[in-house]
Design a protein around this ligand. Structure first.
Ligand code: GLY
Ligand code: MN
Ligand code: MN
Length: 482
């Protein structure tokens, strides 16, 4: 008897221990509540806004991809589960249980499903932890009496046809079907404007979300700074550990191990680790090369995602720890373009016009011409084929405005030069690919470089690469080749 009691007590302790071990530094319910209030403030009179959860996506057979919540819904609720829909009303609505200005339909609790695929919050969890009043199971949406025709505007994002109908009642597919019927959205094969309700608005919501998500609060910045610091520590440790003969996958693994060591749950985008000519493929994610060689550089573009917020940091380093003269010429040119652009970051400037065309792209074009890689600074070329930067946050290419920079914006500055094998220039340049990408916070009077822990200057990188690494001792047994 005593034994059983002890076991029960132990199980109880273990259970509460497990509960307490969940991280508690996610965005607060007050943050999400305030964000919903701000959406409501920006909505037009007599309108309702609808946000759906992201679909569960199938990888193959009975295995799905890791679920990732729709960043807008996450920003507004903190809810991380699928099969949900949020309605925000501009004005208070009258209901049988009093007035309300938001309703959240979520996936029901289900002991069997939770045993297989994880905890669910359920109605009580959402009420308590996410501070909602009006919460229902998604199975109740179909019969929920809501007259969308009475609103001047029904704001939502248009649908893409990639949502599977599962056998669960009230799943995302059912929620969308119910919404379309209730709101008068044109049905399949009948996509005429006349057939749809004329209060449907699929434009306004995105602008509202850009206005809000593009300016980070202190609470968001705490998470973003953490994601950036973790990503930079990984770059530094990999600089120390780098050796010819490593594989691209191994280097990817070192970064991602360090992300997880610091409790960043995911990567914010598929990791890009390209040695030599592979660096010329902007989003090279196979990371296949089995042995990187001492005479090439390696481009590493990886971002830790911490509680939803992702960094986006790239470092390009010489595999053997020493830039060759050609590598250094290209590297220092990209560095100069990036450094000048970073220094010009401040409220009021436009990324493309003032930072890219007037500074980074001009410096790169003049430099390429000086090196004889292009004939003149005005020659059109594909050696720098992408933009200078973008917002970061819950998405790696985050929502935000691009007219002019404002305090609280978090952006990347990431010029690059990519010279593939066979390019029309001296072949001594072939296979040189450099991107340097840093994360910058715009402040009242300028900027703060968030990713300054990871060295950027060629000399500083060479110095860092001479440091011993704790990973030098990490030797694993060889695989049996038989
Ligand atoms: N990692 C993707 C990008 O730099 O935009
Ligand atoms: Mn980027
Ligand atoms: Mn990147």
């Amino acid at each position: 008897m005593k034994k059983i009691l002890t076991l029960i007590l132990l199980a109880g302790t273990l259970f509460s221990f497990a509960q307490n071990e969940l991280p508690d530094d996610f965005l607060s319910s007050e943050f999400h509540q305030e964000r919903r209030d701000l959406v409501r403030e920006k909505m037009p009179a007599n309108s309702v806004a609808i946000f759906f959860a992201s679909p569960v996506r199938n990888r193959a057979n009975d295995v799905d991809y890791v679920y990732h919540q729709d960043p807008n819904l996450y920003y507004l609720t903190g809810y991380k589960e699928p099969h949900a829909v949020l309605l925000i009303f501009k004005e208070e609505q009258d209901g049988p249980e009093g007035s309300y200005d938001e309703i959240f339909f979520i996936q029901p609790r289900n002991a069997m499903a939770e045993m297989w695929t994880g905890r669910r919050m359920g109605i009580n969890g959402v009420k308590e932890k996410l501070a909602f009043n009006q919460v229902f199971n998604n199975t109740e949406f179909e019969d929920y009496n809501i007259d969308f025709s009475k609103f001047d505007k029904v704001l939502f994002y248009d649908f893409y046809n990639d949502v599977r109908d599962t056998n669960a009642e009230g799943d995302l597919y059912d929620l969308i079907v119910s919404f379309k019927q209730k709101a008068g959205y044109p049905t399949e094969g009948d996509l005429t404007i006349e057939s749809s309700a004329n209060n449907l608005d699929m434009e306004t919501l995105d602008q509202i979300m850009k206005d809000l998500r593009g300016i980070k609060t202190e609470e968001e910045l705490n998470l973003l700074r953490k994601a950036v610091d973790i990503s930079c520590i990984a770059q530094v440790e990999v600089m120390k550990a780098m050796k010819p003969g490593m594989s691209e996958l191994e280097i990817q693994g070192l970064h991602e191990f360090i992300f997880k060591k610091y409790k960043a749950e995911y990567e914010g985008y598929p990791s890009i680790v390209g040695a030599g000519n592979n660096g010329c493929i902007l989003h090279y994610i196979e990371n296949y090369k089995p042995e990187i060689s001492s005479d090439e550089m390696i481009l590493m573009d990886l971002g830790a995602e911490y509680h939803g917020y992702t960094a986006d940091v790239t470092r390009t380093i010489p595999v053997d720890g020493k830039f060759s003269p050609e590598e250094k010429a290209i590297y220092d040119l990209v560095y100069r373009a990036q450094d000048e652009a970073i220094k010009a970051c401040k409220p009021g400037v436009n990324i493309q016009r003032d930072l890219d065309f007037a500074i980074a792209r001009r410096i790169i074009n003049e430099g390429l011409a000086e090196l004889g890689i292009i004939d003149s600074a005005n020659q059109r070329h594909l050696y720098y084929p992408h933009g200078l930067g973008h917002h970061i946050g819950l998405d790696v290419h985050d929502k935000g405005n691009y007219e002019y920079l404002e305090p609280g914006m978090a952006i990347t500055i990431e010029p690059g030069i990519y010279i593939p094998e066979g390019a029309k220039c001296d072949e001594k340049w072939w296979g040189i690919a450099v991107r340097i990408e840093d994360d910058v916070l715009i402040t009242e009077d300028g900027y703060e470089l968030l990713s300054d822990i990871a060295p950027r200057k060629s000399e500083e990188i060479e110095k860092m690469m001479q440091e011993p690494s704790p990973l030098d001792e990490f030797v694993l047994p060889a695989l049996d080749e038989d």
